[in-house]
Design a protein around this ligand. Structure first.
Ligand code: LMR
Length: 396
């Protein structure tokens, strides 16, 4: 039977990991998959995470299932980090957390939840968006539509976005990136979030906010501005959250599906559906990552250590953004790439074309996503000039 099965190309982002590994050029540079890298090019285990793991070895009492909604302590920690300790939404018991296998798992829960409970609703994605949004929502059988996000000059096309949102059929779902837009790095200002909120209200849209990079833009609270604005104003929304990046626990698959409902009663109805969705997909989420996060939040000392490390990571990336633009100045390219310093998060939509990206890989062993998305965290003082010279070579 298997002889009739076709071979399909692998995932474009994850495939870069393998391609990079197989490249023997000692000067190779990985600006591909979205993992944080330090100055030595390593994706480190955060110190707070290591400390929490040491504690867990001593104190963990069981490896029994943690239930379809996951660890309640972890869920409470995530809700407080997302909404803030003094959140009215939390005080009113309007938000529910369902732990998921990473942010992708949360997205799949959201997709299945929409498919089963909101029949006929389409999901609207920014163009461009994280390519796997298309994969996850498509696999769940949802109808996918797109709204513009960048213009032909590779700048945020907010007018185009807003105009398109105003045309979305009432009641459809609109996916918004809370911060550190993947792949572009272009985030909405506070004023722009207010305008999006007005359209969401006018059209009775259901926002699904993907919140995978809290703390990587401008800070934990700053990055939550849009999420909190919507949650405090609207009756209903969905948030998909991830601890992969801000705790650096990518492979522990630690995320959360969050539903905000009109009241506690509606919230329990939604929550009951999520338990079934989780059960049918994977039964229970993995427990090690959530135990790490809960252990960190349980200790003031570890929480302070984690926040400091997160600040360091964000500071390093933002510093690299300006260094990159400065590094291109001797080539007369600083104006052309000035937007890189303004973007936020790990990614930059550089404006490099698929042809430039192919040349960077083939001639210089520099790896980035075909769309021109570069993981800025892959730059460091040892490779910055090399990358700037290579870019100058391919764009001229
Ligand atoms: C990325 O966009 O590179 C990350 O979110 C990793 C992934 O799963 O694609």
């Amino acid at each position: 039977m298997f002889e009739s099965i076709e071979r399909v190309p692998g995932d474009a982002i994850l495939g870069l990991i393998e391609a990079f590994k197989n490249d023997s050029n000692p000067d190779k540079v990985d600006l591909g998959v979205g993992v944080y890298r330090d100055e030595a090019g390593i994706t480190p285990v955060m110190r707070a995470v290591k400390e929490a793991e040491k504690l867990l070895i001593e104190t963990e009492k069981t490896k029994a299932y943690i239930g379809s909604h996951g660890d309640p302590e972890y869920g409470a920690d995530v809700l407080e980090t997302v909404f803030g300790a003094d959140s009215e939404v939390l005080a009113a018991n309007r938000a529910s957390a369902t732990q998921s296998p990473g942010g992708t798992g949360a997205l799949r829960l959201a997709a299945d939840f929409i498919k089963s409970n909101l029949p006929g609703k389409s999901i609207w994605l920014s163009n461009p968006t994280w390519p796997n949004h298309l994969g996850v929502f498509g696999a769940a059988g949802l109808n996918i539509e797109k709204y513009p996000y960048v213009d032909a000059d590779n700048r945020l096309d907010f007018d185009g976005m807003l105009a398109a949102l105003k045309q979305i059929p009432e009641g459809d779902v609109v996916l918004l990136h809370a911060c550190c837009h993947n792949p572009t790095g272009f985030d909405l200002s506070k004023d722009q979030w207010q305008q999006v909120l007005a359209v969401v209200q006018e059209r009775s849209l259901l926002p699904l906010v993907d919140f995978a990079y809290q703390g990587f833009g401008d800070g934990l609270d700053e990055d939550a501005y849009g999420v909190r604005l919507l949650a405090n104003t609207l009756d209903e929304m969905i948030i998909t959250q991830s601890c992969s990046k801000n705790f650096g626990i990518y492979r522990e698959r630690t995320g959360c599906f969050i539903a905000v409902a009109k009241d506690a009663d509606d919230m329990e109805d939604v929550r009951s559906q999520l338990a079934i969705t989780a059960r049918e997909n994977y039964s229970n989420p993995p427990g090690h990552g959530s135990a790490i996060v809960a252990t960190i939040f349980n200790s003031d000392e570890l929480t302070a250590m984690w926040r400091e490390e997160l600040d360091e990571m964000r500071g390093r990336i933002n510093g690299l953004r300006s260094d990159f633009v400065k590094g291109l100045a001797p080539h007369g390219l600083d104006q052309r790439f000035a937007h890189v310093a303004e973007q936020r998060g790990m990614f930059s939509f550089t404006g490099l074309t698929p042809d430039h990206v192919a040349q960077l890989r083939d001639k210089h062993s520099i790896y980035m996503v075909k769309s021109g998305r570069a993981n800025v965290a892959g730059l460091n003082s040892a490779n910055l000039d090399y990358v700037c010279n290579a870019i100058a070579d391919v764009v001229k």
